[in-house]
Design a protein around this ligand. Sequence first.
Ligand code: C2E
Ligand code: CA
Ligand code: CA
Length: 549
Amino acid sequence: MTSESKYRLDRLFEAFSLIAEGNYVYVCDMREDFSHWSQTAVDYFNLPGEYMYGAGAIWEEHIHPDDRERYRQSIDSIFSGTDSEHDMQYRALAADGKYVVCTCRGVVIRDLDGKPEYFAGTIKNHSSMSYIDTITGLRSLYGFFDDLKAASWKKRESNAMMIGVTGFSNINDIHGYTFGNAVLRQLGNAISGAFSNYGGVYRLDGTRFAVISRSLSVERMIEIYNSLREKVSYELFVNGQRISLSLNAGVIRIDDFNIDSEIIFSCLKYAYYESKNRYLGDTRIFENTLSIDNRKLIERLNVIRSSVIDNCRGFYLCYQPIMYADTEKFKGMEALVRWKHDVYGHVSPAEFIPVLEQDVLFPELGRWILRQSMTDGKRLLEKYPHLLMNVNISYTQMKQSDFVSDLISIIEDTGFPPENLCLEITERCRLLDMDMLKDILVVFREKGIKIALDDFGTGFSSLGVLRELPIDIVKIDRQFVQNIEQSRSDQNTVMFIASLANAFSTEVCVEGVETARMRDFLRRYKITSFQGYYYSKPIPIDEFIEKDF
Ligand code: C2E
Ligand code: CA
Ligand code: CA
């Protein structure tokens, strides 16, 4: 085989692979009967190699005896030139000794003289295609879940790590998707190289990979990860170009086997996003809070998760008033979720929201919170027609494609006026696609829904979010006002945020006002409203209705 024809074959192969989406690809140079097959097919069916002479005959050996005759007839008529299309279903023998159903399609490509030149097509493996990631050849998210479940069933203690890349979209933007895919493949290789001797390596989705290992301790995993991290920031070469990637990772110990693998996955994602958000660009790895001493937490999360499935049973909302800073008249309220259980008692949202918001079920709870708060809010409208009902929205909720339509139908169902609704978002929403987010917020603005930016100043990019998005209210976190009377730096921070918000014509709400002295002190800054225990702790709606704020 000449190097020129191999080059052409490989180019064709690349082109096919790009569009094959989960299928195995084969390209055959018919004159030489020389083929190139997907590595994933080679592995799955235990074929001699990616490049094969006489692949048709080799493959025939793998086909179920009852289906072989049909297959042979079709291939014969392709090679003799009487037929130019191949489209059939048959059973093929996989490396594990089992038959799987495959759909095989192919076409003959002819040269200028009309002679058959190439035969190319795809094979769809009905049983396992989604278990293999076609870009990296690694097991996919489904494979990861299977192995996670298997670890639980077999009661095997193991550790799982999630590894991902920061700023990968830049690579796609600058070099294009094909190059981006090559980078992912290379990264997958690097992760495999580091970990595959110790367990399974997976590509989950996007730029996120995972490792499950029985033999490595968490500490050893972190060591290996750290050297991998250093390596891919200096020594990753793709198509001759040096690429620098910055990685993040989260780890979890799997040692409690009665836990749903979904909650393990949510905890792992939580740890990963902590590494990504909180330690942005830092070499630190966030080892989650869910190690041995926190087993109780993960157990509780498991029960909380089942509550969501059980129509959000056990969840309830408390409301905390928000007052005008100057007149101390009632301005609105914030809905704060709680969870109550016979065994665990009342559990604060700070304990379960950060992990649960990573869970596929969270939008379910999010809808419940919206519906409940608007239903409760309606009961107060007569007394406070201008009230603003603040509801916290997690960025993972906004990521859902049906978030806007869900919200609108809840508004319609409950009959709560959208002008009385204020959604509290955090700067974490910068993890979403900014254009998508802007579109969402424009729709809200048209409907009269207000947007508050919660926890302002606690993250990296509060200012960036304030600049880019139409924000109505900025909420200053309690941590900046706790010691406001003594701390010069807190005073400067509050003053700075207030004047910044002012420059953007944005209202300012200060949280955590606990005493009259704090209130008096804070009045020297340009602040619109106060929220805190000084006025009231969060209380259930019936109690709220009884009170006069
Ligand atoms: P957040 O949105 O910043 O809520 C304010 C928190 O500060 C609440 O804690 C509230 O009870 C507390 N707080 C208010 N005034 C004072 C005060 O004067 N002193 C002190 N020490 N604390 C005060 P909570 O209710 O425990 O909520 C914690 C966090 O959980 C919230 O922080 C929010 O991030 C999250 N969360 C609560 N409810 C929801 C929800 O419905 N959806 C989502 N996505 N997150 C929620
Ligand atoms: Ca809030
Ligand atoms: Ca807040």
